[in-house]
Design a protein around this ligand. Sequence first.
Ligand SMILES: [Fe+2]
Length: 346
Amino acid sequence: MIFEQVATGGCQSYLVGCDETRAAVLIDPALSQIDHYVALAAQNGVRIRYLIDTHTHADHFSATKELARQFDAPVVMQRASPAPFVDMRLGDGEMLVLGQMRLQVLHTPGHTADSMCIQVGDRLFTGDTLLIGGTGRTDLPSGDPEALHESLFGKLLKLDPALLVYPAHDYKGRSHSTIGAEIESNPRLQKRDRAEFVQMMKSLDLSMPTHLTEALRTNMSGGKTVGEMLAEATAHVPFMSMAELRARVESSANELVVLDVREKDAYEAGHIPGARLLPRGQLELRVDKELPDPTARIVTCCEFGRISTLAASTLRTMGFERVVALDGGMKAWLEAGYPTRAGALP
Ligand SMILES: [Fe+2]
């Protein structure tokens, strides 16, 4: 078996492949590691055949949709997954054939309704159903402590005790465990009684994961993260430094249009001398009136340099080919002691 474990910020993802046929899968790949997976697939000389999420993740951004495009392979999830971009939905007892290997699906709802575990040979990829010394939480959307009790005690813990457990998370740098070791020492599995287990799960009082709503939104719908939107905009927008812009606005030969895309209040409190106001929210609707010359040289600016990057990207999409974004924003401009004007433009 070809096997690679990628650990990042407590998330564990896996490349599992067949030695003979060089077919492989990625299990729970994270958006931040895309280049890593592409490199691992090349190093191992494998072709990625399936991209698998063991469940809808609420705490990080899944890379399955993006990698499906890059590797031209289907996204695979459990049948209950709400994500519209899933190409293949698997039910309990079904299998994926990967060269000479068989990936066996166990539906294990509880952490989420669409949680599944995958058994391959001597290994069990447990997602967030069973962690080393823990279990997945049941207080996030579609979580259900009673279902988790059944999935653990009625299903996973009845498997071969020697089976190796590879979870989707470990925050202490451990790579794996076994079913037997977890039965013996996992504190959450000591409450075998259903009511006691449910009571324990309900009283955990865990803090919400960072990016919860954004992760659920993107993982459930296939929409983009804010980071992706910015990275895409940054990749096709040129920038101008603050020092360069300052020199230009102070020169009598300046032809640049400085376009401030903040709201009116922020603009009137202090803007770059000569800057024009066109808030980001009105950009598309007012652009023809405000910027009749599509060949104008334009520099967009905002408070921190992010909205201005998105605005420059929008303008370029609309045909303003000489738009650049300020590398920085009004906050940095003020901190640098560069000149500003207050009030509305005459
Ligand atoms: Fe999870």
